[in-house]
Design a binder for this molecule. Structure first.
Ligand SMILES: [Zn+2]
Length: 260
């Protein structure tokens, strides 16, 4: 990663992390699984923290069993003719496809068995629910990106970035101390923000600042963050659906803050 890079005004910096594949209803997409190097993820999502990897401790006490997800490396074809789904091609992007356990078993593993090797084929994606990323995955033609050595080189090049950033792209690695710090800071901020604007005397702020760590930690989790498996809808609750929820800006913001 270059520390300093020259851009021209209006140009946006490329994302530091590999991006997640997302589809929308009514727009067909075509992708191919690059290889079966699957990343298994057990994670939580909590307001004020964002998506983070389970560390099998107080995270589970507060949020219930972690959500289990599978991330696969994919080539996302950039141009797809919506009137002819067999007409697609470059530009290519290497992204990750995040699947629930059910989708991984039913839509990837089963097809992988039937086809012999699913990575040799392109997959046509249609989306039935963008929020939960409910996807139909239909096996298509032999993988187009494998038919051209230049394309293969380009994609395997981009896969390097994938390998380097997939872990931090999916969720936030946290240890217990950092997690508790974030919770305490969030609790302090939500108490202190209005007070700070009104510039109260220090005494008035003292109670908020003196909140013991245990208060935040033992507070029951907000109901919709109680992500036990039985609460996951059939298509699976997807991380980014949650991340994009209106109440979760704080979470993603603080992830950027920590990593940036
Ligand atoms: Zn946990």
């Amino acid at each position: 990663m270059a520390g300093l890079r020259k851009l021209t005004l209006g140009e946006l910096a490329p994302s530091m992390n590999v991006e997640r594949f997302r589809a929308v209803v009514g727009v067909p997409e075509v992708l191919a699984i690059i290889d079966m190097s699957v990343v298994l993820v057990d994670m939580h999502f909590e307001k004020g923290v964002g998506g983070f990897y389970c560390f099998e401790s107080i995270c589970c006490e507060r949020n219930g069993q972690p959500m289990r997800r599978y991330a696969l490396p994919i080539v996302h074809y950039g141009t797809v003719n919506p009137r002819d789904i067999t007409d697609y091609g470059p530009p290519f992007e290497v992204e990750y496809l995040l699947l629930s356990e059910g989708d991984y078993k039913d839509k990837v593993l089963m097809k992988h068995k039937l086809q012999g090797d699913l990575t040799q084929f392109d997959i046509v994606i249609t989306c039935t629910d963008a929020h939960y990323q409910k996807l139909n995955m239909d096996v298509g033609r032999p993988a187009l990106w494998r038919t051209n050595p230049d394309w293969m080189r380009e994609i395997l090049d981009k896969k390097t970035k994938y390998d380097k950033t997939i872990e931090r792209a999916i969720a936030r690695p946290l240890d217990e101390a950092t997690y508790l710090n974030i919770l305490n800071r969030a609790a302090g901020d939500s108490k202190a923000s209005p007070a700070r604007q009104a510039s109260p005397p220090p005494a008035a702020r003292a109670p908020a600042q003196a909140r013991p760590a245990a208060t935040a930690v033992t507070k029951p989790p907000p109901q919709n963050m109680n992500a036990t498996p039985r609460e996951i809808p059939a298509g699976g609750v997807e991380l980014d659906s949650l991340l994009k929820g209106p109440e979760t800006d704080l979470g993603t913001g603080s992830v950027d803050g920590i990593l940036g």
